[in-house]
Ligand binder design. Structure first.
Ligand code: ATP
Ligand code: MG
Length: 403
């Protein structure tokens, strides 16, 4: 049977008290953005649920997009039909005919918000259950965890039937926690960090440091492709490319090898923080994971972090590499991440980076660099581009009046 709407159940929203309304509105905006290729779909958001009226859109194409939107607990494609008992009987028989293979148990779960309807919920359960058994005499009813829970809702406007519940992505709607700048390399960890930040409602902008001609066009493209992999969760992401060649050359020329890495990272962080300020972000997110490499000892973290008071969110800091890889595979960034294009850090990686950098040395070496000018020039050369998952089309809707 053809689905006419998808009923969406909110996730953690329910615990958020007075923020609820803005959460639902943000979720509605995110759903619209993700379904921008389906302008025929109408979104009705109320306090408890969201209804997507498909208006002919193919639910098979809509479902995978919806499954990626944070803030959705689960959703059920459903069939809208006339509130007529004999038609309802036919419909439940037809649904069971489609899904029953001879093994499954079922249960009718009826609910009515229209109390003028001729049958009560219990009577509906009886009547529709019997209608199924009339046709499939061997089918078993099971009260607890039936294989086919066939939900029938009698609302004011119509009756709604559904029998499958699809797991949503969980988390909070992106945008409800403010904006953060994701330091995105071409590696495995930072895209995963970005994914986790978005899952907790943070809108991200990707900041990528490139050092042409030492880093290639492919390395830059790889970072953009990784960004595109994160886009389906939000609809679009700003990609900000930072020219980093001059800074890396200056560091190489003026700083002893052991401190290249620490000072390079401090420069990256200074620049990201400036970009955050310009772009009105609240935090910085990176893919640092404790102990992976020299830059990721706690001592290094302290030395690098010294340049800013801005909170740095490190979603994968305490995860094992294998755990991170598992997520990277799930979100389909892994294959891209392991493509062998050198990034700016690999190319300028010193043979023996300090794993315990001393702050007084760091300060002493940084005095040799015109930090403010280097930052200024890099900022002057920023390039911004919006990465979309789908072609831009359609109009944003106003949701305020729906709530
Ligand atoms: P990743 O897998 O994310 O590259 P990594 O394990 O290779 O991480 P590092 O190279 O030490 O670790 O980088 C630590 C973090 O610094 C990265 O996760 C990323 O957030 C940031 N970073 C490193 N290189 C860049 C870059 N070229 N542009 C933007 N951010 C970067
Ligand atoms: Mg890396």
């Amino acid at each position: 049977m053809k689905y006419s709407e998808i009923m969406v159940r909110y996730g953690e929203l329910s615990t958020k008290g007075k923020n609820r309304k803005s959460f639902i509105m943000q979720l509605a905006r995110n759903v619209r953005q993700a379904l921008i290729d389906f302008p025929e779909i109408k979104i009705h958001a109320d306090r408890d649920r969201m209804h997507l009226l498909l208006n002919g859109a193919d639910s098979k194409l809509v479902v995978p997009k919806l499954a990626k939107i944070f803030g959705i607990q689960n959703f059920s494609p459903s069939i809208r039909m006339e509130k007529d008992v004999s038609k309802l009987k036919e419909a439940v028989q037809e649904i069971i005919k489609e899904v029953y293979t001879g093994k499954e148990t079922f249960k009718i779960i009826a609910k009515r918000s229209d109390h003028d309807f001729e049958l009560t919920s219990n009577e509906l359960n009886q009547t529709l259950g019997n209608a199924v058994i009339d046709v499939f005499s061997d089918i078993k009813v099971q009260m607890k965890k039936p294989d086919i829970p066939l939900r029938v809702e009698i609302r004011r406007d119509a009756a709604y039937l559904s029998y499958e519940t699809i797991q949503g992505a969980g988390g909070l709607p992106v945008g409800t926690s403010g904006k953060g700048m994701l330091m995105l390399s071409g590696g495995i960890d930072s895209p995963v960090a970005g994914y986790f930040a978005m899952k907790r409602g943070v809108e991200i902008e990707a900041v990528h440091f490139a050092s042409p001609p030492y880093t290639s066009e492919q390395a830059l493209q790889k970072a953009k492709d990784l960004t595109a992999k994160l886009v389906p969760y939000v609809g679009k992401i700003e990609f900000i490319e930072v020219p980093f060649t001059e800074i890396q050359e200056e560091i190489k020329r003026n700083v002893p090898q052991g401190y290249w890495m620490t000072i390079t990272r401090r420069m990256m962080l200074r620049l990201t923080d400036e970009i955050r300020r310009i772009r009105h972000g609240l935090v910085i997110i990176n893919g640092e994971s404790l102990g992976q490499v020299a830059s990721q000892t706690l001592q290094s973290m302290v030395a690098i972090n010294e340049v800013t008071n801005t909170p740095i969110v490190r979603p994968v800091a305490t995860m094992d590499k294998l755990e991170i890889i598992e997520v990277a595979e799930e979100i389909e960034t892994f294959e891209l991440s392991i493509q062998p294009f050198e990034d700016c850090c690999t190319i300028f990686a010193p043979p023996q980076p300090k794993t315990r950098p001393h702050l007084d040395k760091v300060h002493q070496y940084e005095e040799r660099l015109p930090i403010a000018e280097l930052v200024y020039r890099a900022l002057a050369g920023l390039k911004m581009e919006t990465v979309y998952a789908v072609a831009k089309s359609g109009q944003m809707e106003e949701f305020a009046d729906l709530l």
